[in-house]
Design a protein around this ligand. Structure first.
Ligand code: HEC
Length: 130
């Protein structure tokens, strides 16, 4: 009986270790983020708005009554579409290129590459208010 209990504890411990190892795998991958799958719909509310507002990354400056464009949650869409979007040449869209990590403009704060990729894909999918 006691032996079985030890075996059980051993199994619990090893599975816990395996679980923790799977977490550290994610850690090793960081900050690599796989490019977005072009077949997945990029939803504005779910994927794009948080890029601007999480940790006040963009909304610290781009908020109502401050620097244009107003990228706060309720106003972001109307600030971006159509003014900062070029659906015929998505890569030249200001909301994508102006704060792009590789552009020489907007030294204030850059998008991460993965956030820029998401924004580009959202524009390519029609810049919908979805
Ligand atoms: C520290 C303040 C600050 C932060 C933070 C900031 N910006 Fe800006 N942004 C500005 C200022 C000032 C301008 C106007 C001058 C310029 O174009 O660089 C501007 C301009 C822009 C423009 C150009 C708008 C146009 O009409 O052409 C875009 C697009 C933009 N910001 C997007 C972003 C995004 C996306 C983020 C978050 C990743 C961000 N900004 C974070 C200060 C900021």
């Amino acid at each position: 009986m006691l032996k079985n209990k030890r075996l059980l504890h051993f199994l619990m411990l090893t599975s816990l270790m395996a679980f923790m190892a799977s977490c550290s795998y994610d850690f090793i991958e960081y900050p690599y983020v796989a490019p977005p799958d072009p077949n997945d719909t990029v939803y504005f509310a779910e994927k794009i708005v948080p890029i601007f507002s999480t940790d006040d990354k963009c909304t610290s400056c781009h908020k109502p009554g401050a620097t244009n464009p107003d990228l706060s949650t309720g106003n972001a869409y109307n600030s971006i579409v159509p003014n900062l979007i070029n659906t015929t040449d998505p890569e030249s869209s200001q909301i994508y290129w102006h704060p792009h990590p590789n552009s020489s403009t907007h030294a204030w704060k850059k998008l991460s590459t993965s956030d820029a990729d998401l924004i580009l894909l959202w524009i390519q999918q029609g810049a919908l208010n979805n």
